[in-house]
Ligand binder design. Structure first.
Ligand code: OGA
Ligand code: MN
Length: 194
């Protein structure tokens, strides 16, 4: 991880890094997501304590854990990232949670911030840094499905190209997912404090 990633996270509260994984790793992760999707293991994503809100988000997700083939890989990569962020930024990141997400054409996630206001500091574990890794190959601008970060009256649009990794502060960055025209796969995680 280059210093610029850390610098950007500090200065802008978000950063994008292309080719964070090899094309082979990306293809393997996508194949695993597709296989689990074919096995009907994804569920409509809920927000607000599991209450489904299709007007806000319409993607489907699969929470990852020890039962999943990708888990050792995910754990290694995210633990390394967590340690690097802690070493440079003293964030006190303690653990993470991760899921695959799939957006069918037309599905979206409206503007939101990942750390919920209904989860005050005294409530315990907090999302501190949001992590996104896109798993699509050869994504074109006309395929849509951008992550849009809203900051200082500007819109930063990030295409979900395979291998591209995004980090941002979970408590302040307002963002949304625009509807794609192709099926859109990603691996999402949150690095959390105790
Ligand atoms: C989320 C989210 C962004 C993306 O799952 O909370 O904002 O680009 N995802 O998939
Ligand atoms: Mn989000």
């Amino acid at each position: 991880m280059g210093l610029s990633l850390i610098d950007e996270l500090v200065e802008k509260s978000w950063t994008v890094q292309n080719d964070w994984v090899t094309p082979e790793e990306c293809a393997w992760l996508r194949a695993e997501a597709e296989r689990q999707d074919a096995d009907a293991r994804f569920r409509p994503a809920g927000i607000a304590d599991g209450v489904l809100t299709p007007a806000i988000r319409s993607d489907r997700i699969l929470w990852l854990g020890e039962q999943d083939a990708v888990w050792p890989w995910v754990q290694e990569k995210l633990t390394l990232l967590r340690h690097q962020l802690n070493a440079e930024l003293f964030l006190g990141l303690d653990h993470f949670e991760a899921h695959f997400a799939v957006y069918e054409p037309g599905q979206f996630y409206a503007k939101h911030v990942d750390r919920k206001a209904s989860n005050p500091p005294q409530a315990g574990s907090q999302r501190a840094v949001s992590f996104l890794l896109y798993l699509n190959s050869n994504w074109q601008p006309e395929d849509g499905g951008e992550l849009v970060i809203h900051q200082n009256g500007q819109e930063i649009r990030i295409l979900p190209e395979g291998g591209r990794m995004v980090l941002f502060r979970s408590d302040t960055i307002l963002h949304e997912v625009l509807a794609p025209k192709r099926r859109r796969y990603s691996l999402t995680a949150w690095l959390r404090t105790l």
